[in-house]
Design a protein around this ligand. Sequence first.
Ligand code: SF4
Length: 374
Amino acid sequence: MAQAASTSLPTEQLINELQSFGARLVDPKAGVESRRGGAGPSDHKALTIDGMTVMVPVHTAPAFESPYLIERPDADGRSRVLRDDVVLGAVSFPQRPRFYDLTTADGIPYSKIAVLHSRDVLATTVLQSCIRYQSRTKTCQFCAIGQSLAAGRTIERKTPAQLAEVARAAVDLDGVRHMVMTTGTPPGNDRGAAILAESAAAVKAAVDLPIQGQCEPPDDDAWFTRMREAGIDALGMHLEAVTPEVRARIMPGKAQVPVSRYFSAFAAAVAVFGRGQVSSYILAGLGDSAAAILQTCERLVAIGVYPFVVPFVPISGTPLESHPGPPPDFMHAILQPLAAMLRAGGLRAVDIKAGCGKCGACSALSTYERRLDA
Ligand code: SF4
């Protein structure tokens, strides 16, 4: 290994930097293969830093130019992180899960049914198509739900039986601890709640695994009870952006469901799932100011919803592929006060039963929380 000067950054700062700029990998094959396309965040690699596994962009346009370089793992599996020849820290790569080697009874590779996120989260997109994805005028500009399907890396509809089979194997073989079930929005008023409920029921019948469901607010709040009774432990309804102008620009279809409906749905869902078990993904860096994001977070925390604020990552092939991610100091300006706000409101990532807020790999938020706890 070449000699290099060394310094160390606080963990949360290193995570912010890596998530904002991405990283160049000397050995792109190290660790679990990265996910390309798909719903939600993508084009990342899972890395473990200081005991915390985080997702770092490696296949995005900014990542190819990133000042951060991650070296090939040494004999102990540790890789140095360098910037301008200065060593800033070390990371390791979670290993490829064993369930990826299996195939369902009907011949589908398990990795096309669900994938490993971070190091112990099983994630699936139950329905890999979306009414919002049909035309460029309606599509959420950041989303790549159709890309992995077009590339043959997944199948459109995962059946409850397939999900149950894969979930059981992921628990038995790889010690997966919770599951994220998201879905593209199907036609119809339930917005995906019905397929989430039937999928969760099948998984729960096969294995004791906490599940987070993620969907748009259904038209009828009765779906929250139905999802809960089916075995969904925590619920995500994702605002993505918080101000009406940014929502209309970035997600013209989804923005037709107004923020006011999200808030009435949050209140109804918290009554069913409990305080801190309902969350909302908010993408920082799409145009909302830090003040606007924090204001919305304050409203969310007040009603018991965990705001999971993550840095926007531009995914190749989407209309926003050239949109820059937020600078690290912008993330710091949000996540530091947000961690204090969460603490004052009695909400903690570790108390969430399942899902993105609990996993925390797409943001440094839970690292800020840990820092406050310490
Ligand atoms: S935070 Fe959510 S999207 Fe990100 S790695 Fe964890 S489970 Fe996946």
